[in-house]
Design a binder for this molecule. Structure first.
Ligand SMILES: [Zn+2]
Length: 460
């Protein structure tokens, strides 16, 4: 596979850390960004507002290449200490005497200069790098090209923001800010009341717009792009139909050249919902022209999983102890269902068998005993969690499983701890007895090999 799965997963973990922090009134970023593609310059004049009430234990994270001009709140210019980090600087704000609580509004002005790599001189590139390659600029939320509030106590970063940002880039043909429609340069204003992680992609490239997707810099033949988009639309329609919640979000596919000189066979990608980016790879190679379908079920499942994050991740931003379970396992479950609709029910059996192998000898901490979200590790959330939902389906049927998921989405904003699961199950129609027996016989299992065996026992 041209998409190294490990890398995708790593990116997803980072992707997820953010979503846990959604608020009812999202924090917002406004102002102006000026970019010079030729010189590798980024100048920012920004204001953060609707900031949460945090005591003095917060930090402001910013890429180490950005040089601070000022922080300012309603009382005037603020002072700061910074501590060096690998990729980011952590600013601690004070008024000369004391550290201050996080102001509700904060003005920040900074500028940064970055090397433009059009050659083989850079030895690394990854999602945390602000990458100018002479043609495009890629700056993801992980790079902290914009100020990210870090709540030390809760160990959470606020990377998802509502925005009203003007981008001035005189040498840009196209400008894209995550969650919005790409616009023609040199001046573009982006506005969203819904919070997104701010992936920025600008430069000398074309966009190709379709009903369900936008392709940026993909140079994909229109016919193939249409086929790709049909597959994406098919997945969206499937979800919207099953969950009864319209899928109102375009997916943006970004293709670009990494600044590390990868060999011809290496590529990597990352996801910052609703954007899916590859470096080195090509989207057009993933479609079989004759059939108009993805070239492999794993490819289909990968996109189906990512699209599932519209519901679990975006509409419902889980938090608390069930954060990682509710972020990844339902998205994975949905992709299993979408794959079954596309490739047949045998694909579900193959899926379970594959997970069974991965879970060999693994011990499980039952969801009711999870005290820290991180206890739900990769294998738990990507392999075991989906099996829990398949077991739910085996007992109560597909319809009630979708109802269970839908009920959770409709309760977005609530605390998603273990009690939330039981409350949602009952509200979606399970009797007390049904839930209790599910808790006892499925959720209570501690040997990860029991559940797949049970699922296969009834299916094969
Ligand atoms: Zn995911």
């Amino acid at each position: 596979m041209p998409f190294p799965l490990r890398f995708i997963l790593n990116s997803l973990v980072l992707f997820s850390s953010v979503l846990a922090f959604a608020q009812v009134t999202p924090a917002k970023i406004s102002g102006k960004i000026t970019i010079n593609m030729g010189q590798g310059l980024v100048m920012a004049d920004l204001e953060l507002s609707n900031l949460p009430k945090l005591d003095t234990g917060f930090r402001i994270l910013l890429n180490r290449g950005m040089n601070m001009k000022f922080f300012r709140d309603s009382t005037g210019v603020l002072r700061y200490n910074d501590s060096p980090g690998d990729d980011v600087l952590k600013y601690r704000i004070h008024n000369g005497k004391n550290y201050i609580p996080l102001p509700e509004k904060l003005k920040i002005n900074y500028s940064g200069a970055f090397p433009v790599y059009q050659d083989t001189l850079s030895f690394f590139d990854y999602k945390g790098v602000i990458a100018f390659n002479g043609k495009t600029l890629r700056a993801s939320e992980q790079s902290k090209w914009y100020p990210v509030i870090y709540d030390v106590k809760a160990d959470r970063e606020i990377t998802s923001l509502a925005y009203d940002i003007t981008i001035d880039c005189q040498d840009c043909k196209t400008i894209y800010l995550n969650g919005s429609t790409p616009q023609a340069g040199p001046l573009a204003r982006f506005n969203s009341e819904r919070p997104f992680e701010l992936l920025l992609f600008t430069g000398d490239y074309q966009q190709q717009a379709f009903a369900g997707s936008d392709f940026l810099n993909a140079e994909i033949p229109a016919e193939v792009a249409g086929q790709f988009d049909s597959q994406i639309l098919g997945i969206k329609d499937f979800y919207a139909g099953k969950l009864g919640i319209p899928y109102s979000q375009k997916i943006t596919f970004i293709q670009h050249k990494a600044i590390e000189p990868f060999g011809p066979n290496r590529s990597w990608g990352f996801v910052t919902f609703p954007s899916i980016a590859v470096a080195g790879g090509q989207f057009k190679g993933e479609i079989v022209k004759e059939t108009g379908k993805f070239n492999h079920i794993l490819k289909y499942s990968f996109y189906a999983h990512e699209l599932g994050h519209y519901y679990f991740g975006h509409l419902l931003s889980p938090n608390s102890t069930m954060w990682l379970f509710l972020l990844e396992s339902p998205a994975e479950y949905l992709s299993v269902k979408a794959a079954a609709a596309e490739y047949g029910k045998d694909s579900t059996i193959a899926y379970i068998k594959n997970k069974q192998k991965l879970l060999k000898d693994k011990k499980i901490v039952p969801l009711s005993k999870i005290t820290r979200a991180e206890q739900i590790d990769d294998a738990y959330r990507y392999s075991y969690g989906p099996l829990i939902l398949l077991a739910f389906e085996q007992r109560f049927g597909e319809k009630r499983t979708y109802k269970f998921l839908t009920t959770m989405i409709r309760h977005a904003g609530e605390r998603t701890d273990y009690a939330f699961l039981g409350k949602m199950a009952r509200e979606s129609g399970l009797s007390e007895k049904e839930w209790t027996s599910f808790e006892l016989e499925v959720l209570g299992l501690e040997d990860a090999e029991v559940l797949p065996a049970k699922l296969l026992g009834d299916k094969s």
